[in-house]
Structures are given as C-alpha cells and as structure tokens.
Write a protein that binds this ligand. Sequence first.
Ligand code: SAM
Length: 289
Amino acid sequence: RIDKISLPKNTKEIIKKYGFSFKKSLGQNFLIDQNILEKIVNAAELDQSKGALEIGPGIGALTQSLAHSAGKVTAIELDQRLIPILNDLLQPYDNVEVIHGDVLKLDLNSIFKEHFRDQTEISVVANLPYYVTTPIIMALLEKQLPIENIVVMIQKEVAERMVASPGRKDYGSLSIAVQYYCEPEMVLTVPNTVFIPQPNVDSAVIRLKRRKKPIVQVEDSVFFFKVVQASFGQRRKTIINNLISNLFTKDDKQKLISILQSCDIDPSRRGETLNIEEYARLSNVLLKV
Ligand code: SAM
C-alpha cells in the first residue's frame, strides 16, 4: 500500500511523476496536512457500516483517509487528467470507486442508489472547489438525498454565513437555506499553509448535520425561499419596503402591513432581524394573499 498521499513530499512527488499542473479555474488546492485530514474525517463520524461521497478528490489525499474509515467511498472528480492518477494511487483500496464528471450535472440520486447499496448512512466529505461551494451544497440539500452529514472545507467567509444567527452581519438567505435543512456547526478554521497551491482566502471546515425534517413547517418551500430572498434584497431597507420592491407592489402596502402585524412582525424591522420561524409564519400567510 502507498504511504500517505497528503505528506507534502509525497504530494510533490506525485505531481512531478504524473506531470500534473494545477488549474486555478477548477479550484484545485490540494491538502497536505494529515492532521487536518483526520479532523475532517473524524467530524463525519464514519465507520465500516457507513458510506462517504467525496466531491473533488484531486490526487486522493482525503479519499485515502476515507477509505480507512468508511465501508465504501465514491469520489466524483471533474478533471479528466486526475482520473488515471486516482485509479493508480487508490488501486489498493477495493472499497473506493472514482467517477469522472461534474457533480452539478450528474444524477446524484442514481449514484447514491448504485454506489451505496449496502450503506444506509452516507456522509458527504470534501475539500470543495471554492468557485462552486454554494451551488454544490444547495444541490445536496435540495435533492432529498439520503445524507447524514456534510463535512466540507469551504471559504471561511461562506462557513460564517451558514452558521450565522439573526442580527449578525453574516446572516442572510444562505444562513436560512442551510439551517432550514441542517444543524450547522463550525468544526475548525484552517490556515492557508495546509494547501498547495495556497488559496487567497481563509478556509474553514463545517459540519451540516441533516435534520430528519426541516426545522420549520412551510406550506410551499419555493415560496418560503422567495419571501426570504425578497426580504434580504437591500440590507438597509425595512422588511415592508423590501417585500414591496422585490415580491409585491406599492398597491399591496396596506395589506402587507396588516399581514406583518398579524404575524407579530413590526413592518419597520429589517429582514436580517427575523428568525427562521418568523419567516415561516410570514410566508405561510403571504401564500394565501
Ligand atoms: N480533495 C483534494 C484534496 O483535498 O487535496 C482536492 C480538493 S480541491 C480543493 C477541489 C477538487 O475538486 C479538484 O480536484 C477539482 O478538480 C475538483 N472539481 C472542481 N470542480 C468540480 C466539479 N464541478 N465536480 C467535481 N469535481 C470538481
């Protein structure tokens, strides 16, 4: 079996041996710190009965650690040049499969069905390509996949938005979208020095523990998120003005004021002060307008 891929000297040797060159446009920043890798894998609470889906395995540093901790690992990599490298390096691990493709275009429901036949609990574990962090996480949450935990390295700033509570400057529609489906938790912040090449932004590992059902009951989740988006439209505007500008019209003003009041929400509050229950209550009433 090969030694740890993540050791800086091994990563450098592999890159040289295969003549690999990093593509910035694909968010390629490889982890070279075994300690951080272990913390990521531990946060996913895996064991031999569980499955792990990795997005963007690179040269397989995290995949190799996952192979030791999970019963089955499936890794999706977009860069064709990495596929033969992964197949070579991960060949000793018979519980690992590599799929070539774009995670945003593949049919994840079929992948889960085909690749995790014997696992009922599956976690997504990844050092994500930062240029597509939010679309990837939203796709994982919205597609009703059988996911237990999502443990991912992402930009620190995005992680802070995901865990933010009402009134904080980072609180916004992303906080609500993530918290609707999951219990988010900041696992650790990570210095740039654990990657090659080093990214320009700070990083953090976050764990999103999927709730059995959304934290609030909404009658129409698409409309709920529309109300949330509209309410955060211009951050300095009041909720009433944001709703008028972004979802309704001036003619609806009086009606909106009485609806907000009937929901116990002062129309002069700003969107960033409303919690998720208040948004649920409001959207359920607005739906009937
Ligand atoms: N897991 C490796 C590690 O930790 O060293 C590499 C992580 S690197 C930040 C992100 C990886 O995602 C790269 O290998 C990149 O080629 C891949 N990638 C980028 N966009 C992707 C997409 N849409 N679908 C699947 N993989 C993607």
